[in-house]
Design a protein around this ligand. Sequence first.
Ligand code: NAD
Length: 295
Amino acid sequence: MAKIGFIGLGNMGGPMAGNLVKAGHSVKGFDLVPASVKAAEAAGVTAVASIAEAARDVDVVITMLPAGEHVRQVYTGEDGVLAVATKGTLAIDSSTIDVGSARTVHEAAAKAGVDMLDAPVSGGVAGASAGTLTFMVGGSDAAFARGKPIFEGMGRNIVHAGGPGNGQVAKVCNNMILGITMIGISEAFTLGEKLGLDAQKLFDISSKASGSCWAMLNHLPVPGIIEASAANRDYKPGFAAAMMLKDLKLSQEAAVQADAATPLGAQAAALYAQFVDAGHGGLDYSAIIKMLQGR
Ligand code: NAD
């Protein structure tokens, strides 16, 4: 079992750290917010007072932070992870961040003799709590082999996406598909309703025809058809629209850098920005149907 330092014990990191304790690892944790540290302590994590303390004398450091700037700071800042970690430590960043920052931190880690994996997740807070997250992992084969048993304590589906940064590439591409398809489904169900077609009928037909897709089968934005849909709970997330917007912005940033044409991704980002700017960022991302219905 490994000695693990966990930095970022928020909505996702807290339950992930708790699951590592349950899996038998020895976990010390740090967060800037005392209430998050307390909650993690209740789940068996040993609280420490700084990033440096979390990263010292461990086999593995895991970070679960809001964005690229936090990840760069936590790894490469003064008294950051790379300043104190022993050579040969494995560092895993599971935050969702821009591909550029992920690759910058990979390079700094390599210089410090630290093995690095970018490993963003999908599955949300429910998946983090249940230990059923999907990990999309970028980094060397050797680092992936070291990380796999650690991921298995927190998730179910663990995929090696390729070299440094490729976990983040997979995450932004996947969520760009999700954002675009949710808008497509919302438009089709709105059009169907306005033309007098019952939503259940459209679902029965489309879900077994060429229009079917994961978002339709799992997160249908109209109520009363799919049990797990946020539409049945007044669009309580789930996956918040603000989070979708964050990921769509990351995909647009990556598209500009890679000179890739993503006109539908750009349109999806613009529509989610409009929805979030109108004050609905805390609703589930499927609530975008309300805006398209003009409600
Ligand atoms: P969160 O805001 O709840 O947690 C982030 C934590 O990082 C906070 O507790 C914050 O205090 C801590 N933090 C920030 N800077 C720090 C520092 N310098 N040192 C120590 N701690 C620091 O966010 P979250 O919902 O847990 O999400 C974390 C990451 O996971 C994000 O990148 C997010 O995009 C991604 N993600 C979230 C979800 C979700 O459903 N919440 C799903 C998939 C991916």
